[in-house]
Design a protein. Structure first.
Length: 324
């Protein structure tokens, strides 16, 4: 049967390492198979990925049937910045959720990808759609989506080893005092509010750098650039909160003022660069600022200066002196 694979181990090694090589998959994918009770060694079900195989042991893998769920109808469009045989780079609109969840009733980015035919197969039977990294619902901006398993693996590795670079734009209040501010503090789910993340002991390591770009005309707000060294949930917002700074329009971490309402959180994933999985060349993509955020910035800031300070090369160069 096509869904049953059998192998014989020739040299002692870890089970997950052996199967990753034999199946040409990542160890995390192999771990999912083991977790789903799909792997047997000498006809005995295995529950641990780190089992040490002995010479001449027989391994049997029962691959589950791939699950395919029909997408919801979509009533939105997504700007495509770049597309080739291996990947898709998009400008995610604010208000669009990336992944489906029980609490999400409306169509998501994954539904849009399904309509485009991007449905990657996995050996664990789960359906995935090339999502390499995510953005919060309210955050707009650049995302890369893999169109095949090979590209997904290579891009995910770059995200993990921090060779994938990500720069954001945000409007905050009050302004930061230093030209460049670096915050390195662990992040975990808040013990006081389950809707929020917080910098607390026992959290995952997180590091963000912030660069002043421009003061607003009334000097109450500031346009800043943010560089992510890690990718924790709400990372930029949580790290800013440690300095008593908040992003305009942030209903979770910020104080909403009656005279300063924004229809969305003013946080935008602006620039993304990585090594292309096929050409091995460094590529960089910039997502134009969404209209509602652009209108807010144009109203509050000197428009002549804005387009100088958001030049991607200027932003990237500003952070290049920092150690990652």
């Amino acid at each position: 049967m096509d869904n049953i694979k059998s192998f014989t181990c020739s040299i002692p090694e870890r089970l997950d390492t052996f199967l990753a090589n034999e199946l040409d998959q990542s160890r995390s994918q192999v771990a999912q198979l083991i977790k789903k009770d799909c792997v047997y060694v000498d006809e005995k079900l295995v529950s641990r990925a780190g089992v040490k195989l002995k010479e001449n042991q027989n391994i049997r893998v029962e691959l589950p049937e791939a699950k395919e769920e029909e997408p919801q109808e979509i009533d939105f469009s997504v700007e495509i910045i770049h597309e080739d045989d291996d990947l898709l780079v998009i400008n995610k609109p604010s208000g669009l959720t990336v992944h489906p969840a029980p609490s999400v009733k409306e169509a998501t980015l994954v539904d849009w990808l399904k309509h485009k035919g991007i449905r990657l197969s996995t050996i664990s039977g789960e359906e995935r759609h090339g999502i390499v990294h995510r953005l919060d619902k309210g955050t707009s901006g650049v995302m890369v989506v893999a169109k095949n398993n090979e590209a997904h693996q290579l891009l995910s590795e770059q995200l993990q080893d921090k060779s994938m670079g990500r720069h954001y734009l945000a409007v905050i209040e009050p302004p930061l005092k230093d030209d460049i501010t670096i915050i390195e503090a662990p992040i975990k789910r808040s013990s006081n509010n389950r809707l929020k993340m917080a910098c607390e002991a026992g959290g995952k390591d997180a590091k963000t750098a912030f660069k002043q770009l421009l003061l607003s005309n009334d000097e109450k707000h500031q346009l800043i650039a943010c560089k992510l060294f890690t990718g924790r949930t709400h990372q930029i917002r949580v790290h800013l909160e440690t300095k008593s700074r908040h992003i305009v329009g942030d209903h979770i971490y910020g104080a909403i003022k009656k005279d300063d309402k924004s229809e969305r959180i003013l946080l935008h994933a602006y620039e993304l660069h990585f090594i292309h999985p096929k050409t091995n060349e460094v590529v960089s993509f910039v997502a134009p600022i969404e209209q509602k955020m652009k209108e807010y910035i144009d109203k509050k800031f000197d428009t002549e200066q804005i387009y100088e300070v958001i030049e991607p090369k200027f932003i990237i160069d500003s952070f290049n002196s920092l150690n990652s």
